[in-house]
Design a protein. Sequence first.
Length: 69
Amino acid sequence: MIVKWVDGFSIAVSEDNGTVTISANREGLQSLAGQLATLADAVPGDHIHYDEFNSLEEGSVEMIIERVL
């Protein structure tokens, strides 16, 4: 699966007492929207792993989005 990014994207993920917040600029939201659309057409079990080492802002918590059924 090819994961595409819009130039200039910024995405941060935080968690507070069980509430997850995704904060993103315009390019970050466009990137996520495209990736979710791609994942929707993937096979069950496919997933996208996000963390501060490959896509999220420093200090972000890890996030995995998985296609099921």
